[in-house]
Design a protein around this ligand. Structure first.
Ligand SMILES: *Cc1c(COP(=O)(O)O)cnc(C)c1O
Length: 407
């Protein structure tokens, strides 16, 4: 299996680093991104090879991934996630002659798109001979890491803020992660992990402090392009925490363009946050390159409760270069959208996914976008992991049944 990685590159300074070695961040503390020899790749692999690939899920994009030996792939049965058009919610959300299509990432192992990134991170950890991984997490990243690392026979330590949804901490433990609750924020969990590197000898898999999770997330963009017959939508709405997915997709589109596999206008990339934690939106509005730390971050959409993102400048760059924008919605709008889309379309979104639908509605209302365009939204996890309405209606089998109430 040929590997087309040429080197790694600091996303801020452009300094080059050797492939095939263990890396975290660059010397300037910024994310490292993987570069490929796209000339050679383009000469040896064509789009049809990808389309005809027998590999399951995102492994069909292996030429554009960093794992050099197929035996190092750690897989739990990844699938190509479906594109589902929201039809019955369209009027409510303000769709005109265009459409809203949801890429439903909830179908991946561990019920969230974190599987893409952590599958790649663990595969690369295996390839590089690492054996103990550690992660600070608000939930889904920890459970995905635990699952893939256990599958590969590695040890995982997972540190979660103590307000992480219980279902995430429980599933992490159930999937073999040594799981701890920390009375602090995700950044503080990250500091503990950084401090333990020498003492414990673990390898940190924090968002963008490890170069390969983003390569996994990148596959959302390639997969979307292939599913749309190598076209892209007008708009992409992405629930943005650390921003790996948004940066990864933008990287994918650049690579596909350079390969000549796509030749279409780029989508406008829209970063969606909750107004309870909106550092990227504030930086976008202020027109600055880096985001400030967001104090007292709070939102039901725990996957996007990220007060400070190492890749802030990369998110903002992709948003600006694409002619997109960053937008915040309230938790009230998010939860209303979960309910509306669930009842109208029978589609149970996670709050993070629902934030993108709420942002779509708000952006149509304020004229930022037109309802006549094609928009793709990302439902990044299964709604089953979050709180759902309680059933209070009862039937008493011992009383005479009032059938009128079922009408
Ligand atoms: C992690 C997460 C996000 C944010 O993803 P990033 O790519 O890090 O911005 C969104 N939704 C859910 C459900 C998540 O778990």
């Amino acid at each position: 299996m040929p590997c087309y990685v040429s080197h790694l590159e600091c996303s801020f300074t452009g300094d080059k680093y050797e492939a095939g070695e263990v890396h975290t961040v660059s010397a300037s503390g910024k994310p490292l991104l993987v570069s490929y020899d796209l000339d050679r790749l383009g000469a040896e692999v064509c789009r049809e090879d990808i389309e005809n690939s027998p590999e399951p899920g995102f492994w069909r994009y292996s030429p554009l991934l960093p794992v050099s030996d197929a035996s190092n792939r750690v897989s739990l049965g990844e699938v190509v996630t479906p594109l589902i058009e929201l039809e019955s919610s369209a009027d409510y959300l303000g769709v005109g002659s265009g459409s809203i299509i949801v890429k439903d990432e909830s179908r991946l192992p561990t019920g969230s798109f974190k599987a893409r990134g952590l599958s790649l991170a663990v595969s690369m950890a295996k390839e590089l001979g690492l054996s103990h991984l550690a992660i600070p997490t608000n939930g889904n990243a920890g459970s995905a890491l635990a699952a893939y690392a256990s599958r590969a026979g590695m040890t995982t330590t997972v540190l979660c803020p103590d307000n992480t949804p219980e279902i995430n901490t429980r599933e992490t433990l159930a999937q073999g992660g040594d799981t701890y609750l920390v009375n602090g924020l995700i950044g503080e969990c990250g500091h503990i992990i950084a401090d333990g590197i020498e003492r414990v000898g673990w390898f940190p898999v924090s968002t963008l402090k490890e170069p390969y999770r983003i390569e996994g997330k990148k596959t959302m963009g390639i997969e979307l392009a292939e599913q749309m017959e190598w076209q892209l939508p007008d708009l992409i709405f992405y629930p943005t925490g650390g921003g790996t997915g948004l940066i990864g997709m933008w990287k994918a589109f650049a690579e596909l363009t350079e390969l000549g596999w796509i030749d279409c206008p780029m989508p406008r990339m829209i970063a969606v946050q909750s107004d309870g934690c909106a550092p990227i939106v504030k930086a976008w509005e202020d027109g600055v390159e880096f985001a400030e730390f967001w104090e007292n971050a709070e939102t039901e959409a725990s996957g996007i409760r990220v007060p400070s993102a190492l890749g802030d400048f990369l998110i903002l760059r992709a948003v600006r270069d694409s002619g997109g924008f960053a937008i915040a919605v309230s938790d009230e709008e998010i939860l209303r959208t979960v309910a509306e889309v669930g009842q109208r379309d029978g589609f149970l979104m996670c709050p993070e996914g629902a934030a993108t639908a709420a942002a779509y509605k708000s952006a149509v209302d304020s004229g930022l976008i037109s309802g006549d365009e094609t928009a793709v939204l990302f439902n990044t996890a299964t709604g089953l992991k979050y709180s759902m309405p309680e059933v209070t209606s009862r039937v008493d089998k011992n009383e005479e049944i009032e059938f009128e109430k079922f009408l």
